[in-house]
Each structure stands twice: as C-alpha cells, then as structure tokens.
Design a protein around this ligand. Structure first.
Ligand SMILES: [Zn+2]
Ligand SMILES: [Zn+2]
Length: 290
C-alpha cells in the first residue's frame, strides 16, 4: 500500500497507530471494519475512501502532540451553513441511503470516539465533517501499474523475453481484474488546503493532476496568468464544460450548491436573455456557438 518505507513511517507517525487493526485486520466485528462495510454497502469506489478519510482526520488529531494545530488546519477548509450541509450529506449518500447518516454516525462514534473531538461525534458535527469531506475532498487517481507497463514496452528484449513478459503482463491484468472489477487504478481521496480554496470557473486557469503517481497534487496553469489574477480550477470535467450554460449551471447547483458567474456563464446568460423565447439545451448550444 505504500510506495516506500518512509511513506509507511510517515503514515504510522501521523495517523496509522490510532487506526491500526493489527490482528483484527480481517475481523468483521471490529468497529472500524463494521464502519467500512456499512459505507461500502452504500458506495462504489472511489467514494469508498471518503469514510476512511474522515477516520484519518480523527486519528491524526488523536495521535498529534499539538491537537489544536490540526484542528485549526481542518477548520480552514470551506464550511457550509447547516441547511447546505444537509443537502451535501444527502447528495453524498444518494437517494437510496438518505436515512443512513445516523447509522454511519453511530458506527463512526463507536469506532473512533475521542474526547478532544467530541464535536465531530454529535449528529450536527458528524454531518459537518461529512459535508467538509464531500465539498473539499479531491479524488486522487493514479495508475502506477500502467506506467510500469509502459516502461516495460520501452525495454530492449529478445523476442523470447518479450513474449514471456507480455504473457506475464496479460495474466497480471486478468488476475487483478478478478479482484478489482472495473477499478484498476489506485483511487482515493484527499484534502488539499490550497487547491480546495480555488474557486470554480467554466474557463479554468489551472488544473489539478497527479503526474508523480502518488498523492502529490500538481496544479498546472492552462494559460498565462497575470499577476493578481484569481487562479480558478474547474469542478466540471472537460465534457461537462462543453455543455450548454443551462446544463453546466444545473450540475454546479445540484452538486456544489452555487450559481456560476464566471465570464463564460455571464456572457452566455446575456445571450440567453436576448433570445429568451428560445428554450432547451439544443437551442442554447446553437446560440452560444455563434
Ligand atoms: Zn497497521
Ligand atoms: Zn461558469
């Protein structure tokens, strides 16, 4: 699970000691496993990592010498009004699991309760934590295996060695697929303070990626940025960004609870006002493409 012994040590020092199941790793009755199972029954990867991200936050504070420092850091992430938190929590749980927040809170409390963090274990506090991760959590997708396979392609090998290596790789993919289904890449989620303070724009100035195949987030400029200019990222993927103003607004409103007023949306809304008799996405596309 770790890329190096340094990484494993860093995890142990920061949170793993408080979360380590040791011999109980496989024990389905261990409170941490019960929590994971409950969450997994509601979510498919990569969202499966969200509940453990919350657990790591608790574990980090538990283990820390300077607990206030970590708490302050977590409070710097964007927080929401109570009614918005409710909405985000519902969104994160999905239609089918609306009533499950209470169950998760109970399991979370049993597994991880700590006096220093009692505010995260109340119904309101747990909902806040849930919304914090839901709003600020950044999906991390890396594919170390595919990089390795690419590197293998570049090797100079005899045809016999090449054949052996290729069949080894084929078998490896088959074996992995049996276990992972469609989720071949390493997927997880993390909290990045600087990146999460970037606002959204439908014409983003920068984009996040994980080129080192680890948790290190790179924010790269997509075009020149003038001094003092706000660096916006896009919460929409590139296909969503190509959609009409109307459908972009719908996605942002439903998932992120705001109305986008980026230059692109503003100019497209103006155009829409001028041609208010025409409705529907197709029409909008035509209008905005002019
Ligand atoms: Zn351990
Ligand atoms: Zn916009």
């Amino acid at each position: 699970m770790y890329c190096s012994s340094e990484c494993r040590q860093a995890a142990a020092d920061q949170y793993h000691q408080a979360l380590c199941l040791g011999q109980s790793q496989e024990d389905p009755d261990h409170p941490v496993n019960k929590l994971k199972d409950a969450w997994r029954s509601m979510h498919y990867p990569p969202e499966t990592s969200s509940i453990m991200l919350m657990a790591r936050m608790v574990a980090t504070v538990k283990q820390a010498q300077d607990k206030c420092c970590w708490q302050k850091l977590f409070f710097q992430f964007c927080s929401r009004a109570a009614n918005e938190e409710e909405e985000i929590a519902h969104k994160l749980l999905g239609e089918k699991f609306q009533g499950h927040l209470t169950l998760l809170q109970a399991l979370f409390t049993t597994a991880l309760y700590d006096d220093h963090l009692d505010m995260w274990f109340t119904p309101e506090g747990f909902r806040s934590l849930f919304a914090l991760v839901g709003t600020n959590g950044q999906g991390i997708g890396t594919s170390s295996l595919s990089q390795w396979v690419h590197a293998c392609d570049a090797l100079e090998l005899s045809s016999q060695q090449r054949e052996q290596l290729d069949s080894f790789i084929d078998q490896l993919y088959k074996d992995i697929e049996k276990e992972t289904g469609d989720f071949l890449n390493c997927e997880g989620s993390g909290l990045f303070l600087l990146q999460s303070s970037c606002n959204h724009s439908c014409i983003p100035k920068a984009e996040a990626s994980f080129p080192n195949n680890n948790f290190l987030l790179h924010l790269s400029a997509l075009s020149d940025i003038s001094p003092g200019e706000e660096i916006c990222i896009s919460y929409l993927d590139c296909c969503q960004r190509d959609r009409s103003c109307h459908s972009r607004q719908k996605i942002l409103r439903e998932n992120y609870l705001f109305v986008c007023s980026c230059p692109k949306c503003v100019s497209q809304m103006d155009e829409l006002d001028l041609t208010s008799s025409e409705e529907g996405d197709d029409m909008e596309e035509e209008i905005t493409d002019v």
